[in-house]
Design a protein around this ligand. Structure first.
Ligand code: DGI
Ligand code: FE
Ligand code: FE
Ligand code: FE
Length: 187
């Protein structure tokens, strides 16, 4: 799909602020792809659609997770996690994207997973460091991403876990599995 067509589709789903974020993720995902040998075109499309479901009503998302038999444990954790698997589903159903690498990059962009693909790593890190992001620790991850995607990914997951724990919020187990998998492989 053409970039302009994809952007016009997603614009209708997002707020202005979230659309600007999406453009930032797109640009960042393209340069991370170039630097790491990922498929630039797939990264572009995955980035454009990664937050497609962000503003769907909670009840719609809950119903899709139940009806489609997605991981039911999601329902017991922060609903912020839901837009990723629901997004992958809706992007296929409503937009007609059926490339599984792209859909998985959308599906796992919030929690990550054990055995993340290169494209999934690119989208995860791009989502975290795009130029519109301003939070403590983001600059360190931006620096790491210039030379080492893997280390940038590990640091961004660590930061997310610490951020949630500092707020006494639950951490979805897959976020830990992602982290453990990445650091175990580096040992
Ligand atoms: O949709 P975005 O804001 O661009 O970013 P995202 O899809 O990475 O969403 C991250 C949000 O999800 C962030 O505000 C923290 C929240 N969250 C809640 N519980 C968890 C979680 N994120 C992860 N990775 N793991 C959790 O257990
Ligand atoms: Fe997201
Ligand atoms: Fe993220
Ligand atoms: Fe995002």
């Amino acid at each position: 799909m053409e970039r302009s067509k994809a952007l016009s589709i997603v614009k209708g789903q997002l707020t202005e602020h979230r659309y600007e974020h999406t453009l930032g993720v797109m640009e960042t995902a393209i340069w991370l792809s170039k630097a790491n040998g990922a498929d630039e075109k797939k990264a572009e499309i995955a980035a454009i659609f990664h937050d497609y479901a962000k503003f769907r009503p909670k009840e719609e998302m809950r119903k899709i997770i139940i009806d489609q038999g997605f991981k039911q444990d999601l329902l017991g954790f922060n609903s912020e996690l839901w837009h990723a698997p629901v997004g992958a589903y809706l992007v296929e159903k409503e937009v007609g994207i059926n490339d599984h690498e792209i859909l998985d990059a959308i599906r796992f962009h919030t929690s990550g997973r054990k055995g993340m693909t290169l494209l999934e790593k690119v989208i995860y890190v791009a989502d975290y460091i795009e130029p519109g992001r301003h939070f403590p620790g983001v600059e360190e991850v931006r620096e790491l991403a210039k030379t080492n995607l893997e280390l940038a990914l590990i640091k961004s997951i660590q930061n997310t876990i610490v951020f949630l724990m500092k707020k006494n919020q639950p951490v979805y187990p897959d976020t830990f599995y992602t982290y453990n998998d990445l650091v175990t492989k580096r040992e």
